[in-house]
Design a protein around this ligand. Structure first.
Ligand SMILES: C[S@@+](CC[C@H](N)C(=O)[O-])C[C@H]1O[C@@H](n2cnc3c(N)ncnc32)[C@H](O)[C@@H]1O
Length: 559
């Protein structure tokens, strides 16, 4: 966020009013810190240590009563019956409507001083970039994840909800206002656990509303059953539900039954705006504080000693620069600690098509079958949902020099498959799959794998502009968005470069041991010999379960 002078008028007065307001709301701030104007370094407001702080020292205690969420806001104050409706929306829809209303009623809002310090313009999150600006980010895969279309769908859905709930004050809400509020939620909100008292209050609310709205049709009866049947104690189910809800958030939820499945009420947490905690900026390289949940309060503590004059930095999770830019609208000029570049599946496809002169349909069918096999075959004990997906949109290559193991496996598998000149048939592919699995499990790859791995990285890296190879401190761009794009491309290119420069080291880091390189012909012979075995033997072999490949698990970049 970048503020020009006109916007900066009254900036520090607003900060002072905000600090005074926080006090009236019971927010306790350590006298050794205060809010500071970091606009000179393009960071908006932040929190500074005015005296030395020790490690594990409390910076602030924020009572949950000061949060803005679907149960605490001006909308339910003005229209109490809407609380029931809001807790039956999904988190995003609920908080967007809540905040839109809060801004509309800012004159009377209990949170007026807070709203005054929230930015409403000059955002740099990628949803605010035009197509020319986005072009500067080519060839980054982040361009596939901006989500302008799903944001638009969400807006259409929200307008329908506003209409259904007859919130007339929001009838004329504009796309711009919606975008501002959605951006604020994306960059500022926290998911905060519901307190026991809040949970009881919600249960009472739902029980009394249900009684008042005795179902009159079978459909309504079914809608109610969805919520009633949910087992609030079941944590793993709750986690799975959460994932589905994230997906559902961007899909078009129109009927009531679907809405109930993703409702806030069944979650145990509330997406909330958290005054003061959201004044903390973040930096992956200088993170020195943490915000944690403590029943009735949120507590901010130092995690290292902090010197007078130093900024207090929260963490917004382990994101690379591209994702920091997409969600938060800034970049870390020295690169994020969690940077990675990506090899898109499209590059792998192009590479194998050309090198082995294969037909595109054949490659597509092969990849489909490999995807099927990897889903059935390999239950990965490390992965979140117990599955192992080999064919994914893109493959992360970290600045540490590690890649995700899926990349090694797929390149070895395709290399071997095309060298064998196999036909695309399920059992044939399964056999090669298993042999490659055993090979990698025994920390071995073939020499053609090494050649292909190198060449694939070269193809990908050649897509980047030359300046991406230059050190971070040699920024050539002048305009802020150009600087951001340039930094993201450097972050990605240099991560790719770290994985390519010493492939045996990359393999060792990823597979956790030194890797042997064998001749392809030796490996192909072993597979061909296997193929000559009797069908019975082959069938028996097919029934042997494969253990998962041991690896350090990294999330692949799902959003
Ligand atoms: C939770 S808010 C932090 C408070 C914010 N600086 C303000 O003035 O309201 C998150 C936003 O702060 C800014 N920000 C946070 N960390 C930053 C950093 N290291 N560099 C630049 N901007 C940062 C970004 O605009 C981001 O969207």
């Amino acid at each position: 966020m970048f503020l020009n002078n006109e916007i900066k008028n009254g900036y520090n007065e607003k900060t002072m009013e905000y600090l005074a307001w926080l006090k009236t709301q019971g927010v306790k701030i350590n006298p050794k810190v205060t809010i500071f104007d970091y606009t000179a370094v393009n960071q908006g407001r932040g929190v500074i240590a005015t005296e030395n702080l020790e490690a594990d020292e409390v910076i602030a205690t924020i009572p949950k009563s000061v949060l803005v969420n679907v149960t605490q806001n001006s909308l339910v104050k003005d229209y109490p019956h809407l609380e029931y409706e809001l807790v039956h929306l999904n988190h995003w829809d609920g908080l967007i409507i809540t905040l839109l209303y809060e801004f509309r009623r800012r004159g009377e809002s209990r949170w007026a001083s807070y709203l005054d310090v929230l930015p409403t313009s000059h955002f740099n999150q990628l949803m605010w970039w035009n197509s020319n600006e986005l072009n500067m980010l080519q060839p980054s895969c982040i361009l596939e994840r901006i989500g302008k279309d799903s944001a638009l769908k969400m807006f259409e859905r929200i307008l329908k909800i506003i209409n259904r709930l007859q919130i007339t004050e929001l009838n004329d809400v504009t796309t711009e206002q919606y975008n501002v509020v959605a951006t604020l939620i994306m960059s500022y909100s926290f998911d905060v656990e519901i307190t026991d008292a809040e949970e009881e209050k919600l249960e009472d609310l739902v029980a009394s509303e249900r009684k008042a709205r005795q179902p009159t049709t079978p459909q309504q009866q079914r809608d109610n059953d969805v919520v009633r049947d949910f087992d609030r104690e079941n944590e793993s189910e709750r986690e799975q539900e959460q994932e589905q809800r994230e997906d559902a958030m961007i899909s078009n939820l129109e009927d009531v039954e679907q809405r109930l499945e993703v409702a806030i009420i069944i979650d145990g947490y509330l997406k909330s705006m958290v005054p003061f905690a959201d004044t903390l900026n973040a930096d992956t390289n200088y993170n020195n504080a943490i915000v944690s949940d403590a029943d009735e309060n949120l507590v901010i503590k130092t995690i290292t000693a902090i010197k007078t004059g130093d900024q207090i930095y929260n963490t917004y999770s382990d994101h690379p620069n591209s994702e920091i830019l997409r969600r938060y609208g800034y970049v870390e000029l020295e690169g994020s600690k969690f940077d990675f570049g990506e090899i898109p599946l499209s590059i792998l496809k192009q590479f194998f098509l050309e090198k082995y002169n294969v037909d595109e349909d054949k490659l597509d069918s092969l990849l489909d079958l490999i995807g099927e096999i990897s889903n059935q075959e390999q239950m990965d004990e490390h992965s979140e949902d117990g599955t192992f997906e080999l064919v994914i949109e893109s493959y992360d290559c970290f600045k540490s020099g590690e890649v995700i193991v899926e990349l090694i496996f797929l390149v070895q598998l395709l290399t071997t498959f095309f060298l064998l000149d196999e036909i695309v048939e399920l059992n044939r592919i399964r056999r090669v799959y298993r042999k490659c699995h055993q090979l990698i499990e025994s920390k071995t790859v073939t020499s053609d794998f090494i050649t292909n791995f190198n060449e694939i990285f070269k193809v990908r890296m050649d897509q980047y502009p030359n300046y991406a190879a230059q050190p971070f401190n040699t920024v050539i761009a002048k305009e802020i968005r150009d600087v951001m794009a340039e930094t993201v491309l450097k972050s990605e290119y240099q991560s790719l470069s770290a994985c390519k420069e010493d492939v045996p080291r990359t393999l060792e880091l990823t597979l956790g041991d030194k890797v042997k390189i064998i001749k392809d012909e030796k490996f192909l012979r072993a597979i061909r010999k296997k193929r000559l075995a009797t069908d019975a033997d082959a069938d028996a072999d097919e029934n042997v379960e494969q253990p998962p490949i041991k690896k350090d698990v990294k999330n692949n970049n799902s959003i």
